[in-house]
Ligand binder design. Structure first.
Ligand code: NAD
Length: 285
């Protein structure tokens, strides 16, 4: 019998995690409260599989089999069969805590409860799950999930060695390279990356240079594949703002970690980057 996992949240990351797992032979129940988001995820999966066939990365039969392993649900429909529940919902501690409370009472007693949070404390997300705390872990994938190799695996003081070992095994089965880190705000990746992105907004805001120049200088000068402002659009400006807030609240140092007003203004205007067609740059054409 093939392994079944549930992926809660069908946005940028959840839809990427779902297709990566399904491509690795795992059955996936993609869960979201929004039927529009479930439909968008389904279309993204169909498009990705068609492109994989066109580029001869998989055969048409393999694409059909992958599609058949994906289901789309507005409830935890396959909870009883799931070995993993991977939460990839909006980066908000209250939303995630509520989802984890529901996961702890809905999924079986040996199911790993993983979160794809970019920055929120794993202990805090798991604070309402009672005896299930040893099965709570961070499984931080990177965007775009089918392409990026890293999974930052975050262990809280309550996470068991068995949970860590099973999470490493699932990551490897999905073709990823898991690297462990401890439970601090932003972990390793976003503690280092986000202040750099935020500083690029400050440089733009202060008039040091425009976005094209800032990105051009960082790309060529640091051998980055894309500049920090272009990367912020890809990640989602709301996600970047939220991560800065978590660093600010968790680590203090407002001068270092408060989100730049330029970033906050774009988010408040609804310009969230690639996902809304406009962020730092305009993607409408
Ligand atoms: P997104 O806004 O694209 O998607 C979030 C999804 O969560 C939406 O579809 C929303 O309907 C759903 N959702 C909200 N409340 C829910 C609930 N109660 N139950 C089920 N679904 C619910 O966000 P995203 O960019 O995919 O980010 C998701 C998570 O992944 C966040 O924790 C984020 O920090 C993390 N992350 C994001 C990136 C990135 O580059 N975007 C990278 C790594 C990690």
């Amino acid at each position: 019998m093939s392994e079944v996992i549930s992926v809660i949240g069908a946005g940028t990351m959840g839809s990427g995690i779902a297709i990566t797992a399904a491509s690795a032979g795992i059955e996936v129940c993609q869960v979201d409260v929004s039927s529009d988001q479930l439909e968008r995820a389904k279309q993204y999966h169909a498009k990705t599989l068609a492109r994989n066939v066109e580029k001869e990365r998989m055969t048409a039969d393999e694409a059909e089999a992958t599609k058949a392993r994906l289901s789309y649900c507005d409830s935890h429909a396959r909870a009883a069969e799931s070995s993993f529940a991977i939460e990839a919902a909006t980066e908000n501690a209250d939303i995630k805590k509520k989802i984890f409370g529901a996961m702890a009472s809905t999924y079986p007693a040996d199911c790993i409860l993983a979160t794809n949070t970019s920055s929120i404390s794993i202990s805090e997300i798991g604070s309402g799950v009672g005896d299930a705390a040893d099965r709570v872990i961070g499984m931080h994938f990177f965007n775009p999930v089918p392409v990026m190799k890293l999974v930052e695996v975050i262990k809280s003081p309550a996470t068991s060695e068995d949970t860590l070992a099973r999470t490493i095994a699932l990551s490897e089965r999905m073709g990823k390279t898991p690297i462990p880190a401890n439970d601090f705000p932003g972990f390793v990746s976003n503690r280092v990356l986000m202040p750099m992105i935020n500083e690029a907004f400050h440089a733009w805001n202060d008039g040091v240079a425009g976005p094209e120049e800032i990105d051009g200088i960082m790309k060529l000068g640091c051998a980055f594949p894309m500049g920090p402002l272009r990367l912020a659009d890809l990640i989602g400006l709301d996600v970047c703002r939220d991560i800065m807030l978590v660093l600010h609240e968790g680590l203090g140092h407002p001068d270092k970690y408060a989100p730049c007003t330029k970033l906050v203004e774009l988010v408040e205007a609804g310009h969230l980057g690639n996902k809304t067609g406009k962020g730092v740059y305009d993607y409408s054409s």
